[in-house]
Design a protein around this ligand. Structure first.
Ligand code: ATP
Ligand code: LTN
Length: 338
């Protein structure tokens, strides 16, 4: 009998720093849902990454549960995938420490996200966790020996570092880790802010009109799109000189599945005001059922807890098996519980 082909291991996560937004959905979650039938999937809530910038403890706990509800509402299937919370697994921090010892300081200091987030901590101190963030992310991935990591474009550099660290470890201590590939789907890999279409849509944007959350009401979504910043022209065309319209076309394409050229042809001659309303209506049609499922799920805390507990047990078993090997390679004295 031929050997059964192993499915690729897919792992990814999101930070519970606030509610999930349209960029997270179109750039990340939607792709996670699409891949889950074809792979051995692990999806987690990265609460340990979230505390690299200050978080209110009660809010963080709530956001982690809400993030789980959002995963399920968007279509992640706990029957198919393992869903868990990063801080509940022993191994992420331990492996991060080991990988951090292999990571060149200069490479960590050059990370775009580190420089961005550190510069935004005006008036606050910059915690070393922000610098160490990519080592923890590499640990998340290598702890489960993932083959594929679906992320948005902004995470590409972190994946490069993860690959470097896997190769470095394998080179020094002998082959152990798969060298993971990023899975970055074009199209909506970068949804931009509705108020500043040259910056990515972000959870932490102080301008409340910039980001559409999956928890927003229909009216809030309509208001945000109607006040979206566009240029002074009148043509519905995707071009670098028209980042606002390009972003709206990109969002509409992500939501309705039509290509940008097809949409440009459909909306030729339509005014910006009408076009914004059209995009808003399409987004409302996509977000409303997700919001409604999220609300139902949030009322069933026992179900959410069961999903997370099943995920935790599976993830912990895998993490223990891998860490036993890592500790052996490194030269740590064997731990009886691994
Ligand atoms: P923050 O803005 O606080 O840094 P975030 O919105 O980037 O947070 P993350 O948890 O860091 O959220 O990202 C979760 C996933 O969503 C990642 O795969 C990331 O690449 C993707 N993502 C985040 N923002 C966007 C965006 N604007 N467009 C497309 N994908 C995005
Ligand atoms: N840094 C990621 C979230 C994240 C992640 C991971 C993604 C933390 N650990 C491991 C993929 C694999 C982000 O999207 N901001």
């Amino acid at each position: 009998m031929g050997e059964k082909k192993q499915k690729p291991i897919v792992l990814t996560g999101m930070q519970p720093t606030s509610a999930i937004h349209l960029g997270n959905y179109l750039g990340a979650l939607k792709n996670w849902v699409a891949i889950q039938g074809e792979a051995d999937c692990l999806f987690f809530v990265s609460d340990m990454h979230a505390i690299t910038v200050p978080q209110d403890p009660n809010q963080l706990r709530k956001n982690s549960i809400d993030c789980t509800a959002a995963y399920l509402a968007c279509g992640l299937d706990p029957g198919n995938s393992h869903i868990f919370i990063q801080s509940q697994i022993i191994g992420h921090a331990e492996l991060a420490w080991i990988l951090g010892c292999l990571a060149p300081l200069g490479q960590l200091e050059r990370m775009t996200q580190f420089k961005d987030k550190a510069s935004r901590q005006t008036g606050e101190f910059v915690g070393a966790g922000l610098l160490y963030y990519p080592a923890l992310m590499a640990a998340d991935i290598l702890l489960y020996n993932a083959h594929l990591v679906p992320v948005g474009e902004d995470q590409r550099q972190h994946l490069e570092l993860t690959r470097d660290l896997a190769e470095k470890f394998n080179g020094i201590y002998g082959p152990l880790f798969n060298v993971p590939e990023p899975l970055i789907r074009g199209g909506c890999a970068r949804v931009m802010s509705l108020q500043n279409p040259t910056a990515k849509m972000s959870k932490s944007d102080p301008n409340s009109l910039a980001t559409v959350f999956l928890s927003d009401t229909d009216d809030q979504i309509m208001k945000k799109f109607r006040s979206a910043v566009t240029d002074s022209g009148a043509e519905i065309r995707a071009s670098d000189e028209k980042p606002g319209i390009q972003n709206l076309l990109n969002i509409l394409s992500g939501v309705c599945g039509k290509s940008i050229p097809e949409l440009e042809a459909n909306y030729a001659g339509v005014g910006y005001g009408k076009f914004k309303t059209t995009v808003a209506e399409a987004v409302i049609g996509c977000v409303r059922p997700i919001r409604e499922r999220m609300e139902t799920l949030k009322k069933d805390s026992q179900y959410l807890w069961d999903v997370l507990e099943n995920g935790r047990m599976e993830a912990q078993a895998r993490a223990n098996a891998l860490m036993a090997k890592v500790y052996g390679r490194i030269g740590f004295v064997r731990r009886a519980d691994l």
